[in-house]
Design a protein around this ligand. Structure first.
Ligand code: AMP
Length: 399
């Protein structure tokens, strides 16, 4: 079965093609990968693709997103990256859709009703759901009635207990849908199952704390395979400090900025989503590697940014442990979580009182690894997230 996966964002599109059999359980390498970067240069898009051992990169004079997607998909069947004789060989297309609201607790086959729901949920995810819908519609135009599947970033958190999902505002917020939805669900769900496989136990018997630390950062408390708490909320702005997002703040700060600084909603949106976090605090970059490098060279602002990142990470890890009522394993994933031994060490140093101990020889590996010491009371796993593979599996399950 050949499955095309599309992750459509507002400034980039990423796609890959898997060829998988029904019994395929390990994440295989895709046959083909491609990406569109719309930020490269105004009036054009940068297309990169690799397949059949070849890769190409070109800048195309395209501004229409659907036309860009079509050019990307065409590298499957023409040019040096060709891996298919015809697009008709594609059996299904899987999409990452950011917001499924309260409507979806699982992946679904895309129908007119599903598209209408994604559209209706745009006010909850104004930067993402329109791009996701556009991706679905572009694929419809290119591939006709090839089955399409939507996997929602919110779905894994949809079974959270009410006490965890409800914000303590006026009760009518509940009816308005102002609640904690949580995001990064595809990643949290994948790494939780992979952690259970790695420790050789049934996920139903485990209490897992999954830490997705990338440019966006969130934690999930996964008990018996269900997300019972998470740090992102009504929007992806809640919770941990991130690359350029502030994470949780005293809401009184916003009232103060509106009253004293005359800030508009759009200005606050930019300030908190794009000019805060590692970038805002360090004054340098949203990239953890650059901030750590500056800290190592004695930059005090960069050091404070890393200290605050770690402090808030540990604090929220503690909160997730309380929601779990115990802890079998911590999982690190995402660009920072998969690579930064400094973050592993400093985050875990807060939990030695639980008997959690890391190995002495910490280093990045290509493979998933257990970085806890042999006598640690809690396993600590570094797992490479495979969101695209998880979406392909959802297509297979619904196929
Ligand atoms: P992602 O959004 O998952 O691609 O993650 C991007 C983040 O991972 C950026 O902040 C990168 O600086 C960070 N990252 C990647 N490699 C490393 C590394 N070796 N050490 C620290 N952070 C890293």
């Amino acid at each position: 079965m050949k499955i095309l996966v599309l992750n459509a964002g507002s400034s980039s599109h990423k796609s890959c093609l898997f060829d998988l059999a029904k019994d395929n359980s390990d994440a295989p390498n895709p046959l083909w990968r491609a990406a569109l970067d719309w930020t490269h240069q105004a009036g054009s898009v940068e297309l990169s693709a690799s397949g059949g051992g070849e890769s190409v990169q070109q800048v195309l004079p395209i501004t229409d997103k659907a036309a860009g997607i079509e050019a990307m998909v065409n590298t499957l069947v023409e040019g040096p990256t060709q891996v298919l004789g015809s697009l008709a060989e594609i059996d299904a297309v899987g999409h990452r859709v950011v917001h499924g609201g309260r409507d979806y607790v699982d992946s679904v086959r895309v129908t007119e009703a599903v598209k209408a729901t994604i559209q209706r949920l745009i006010p909850l995810a104004p930067a993402h759901n329109p791009a996701n819908l556009q991706g679905i519609e572009a694929m419809e135009r290119i591939l006709g009635d090839t089955p399409q599947v939507a996997m929602f970033d919110t779905a894994f958190h949809a079974r959270m207990p009410e006490a965890a999902s409800t914000y303590p505002g006026p009760y009518d917020w509940v009816e308005q849908g102002i609640r904690r939805y949580g995001f990064h669900g595809i990643s949290h769900q994948y790494v939780a199952q992979r952690a259970a496989d790695m420790v050789g136990q049934n996920i139903a018997d485990l209490k897992l704390l999954t830490c997705h630390l990338g440019n966006g950062c969130s934690l999930a408390a996964v008990k018996g395979g269900i997300s019972v708490d998470t740090t992102m909320g009504f929007t992806p702005l809640d919770g941990l400090m991130m690359g350029s997002r502030s994470g949780s703040l005293d809401p009184g700060i916003l009232i103060y900025l509106i009253r004293q600084g005359g800030y508009s909603a759009d200005q606050l949106d930019t300030l908190l989503n794009k000019e805060s976090g590692l970038k805002g605090m360090s004054g340098l970059s949203n990239d953890m590697r650059s901030v750590i490098e500056a800290m190592d060279q004695g930059n005090a602002q960069a050091k404070l940014a890393v200290d605050v990142f770690i402090h808030r990470l540990r604090r929220e890890m503690g909160a997730m442990m309380a929601s779990l009522g115990g802890l079998d394993a911590v999982v690190f994933t995402g660009g920072i979580g998969e690579n930064s031994s400094l973050v592993w060490q400093r985050a875990c140093a807060g939990f030695e009182f639980l008997g959690l101990r890391l190995r002495d020889d910490l280093g990045r590996t290509k493979d998933d690894q257990d970085i806890a010491a042999a006598d640690s009371a809690v396993r600590v796993l570094v797992i490479h997230t495979q969101e695209e593979w998880a979406i392909a599996q959802a297509c297979l399950a619904l196929g």
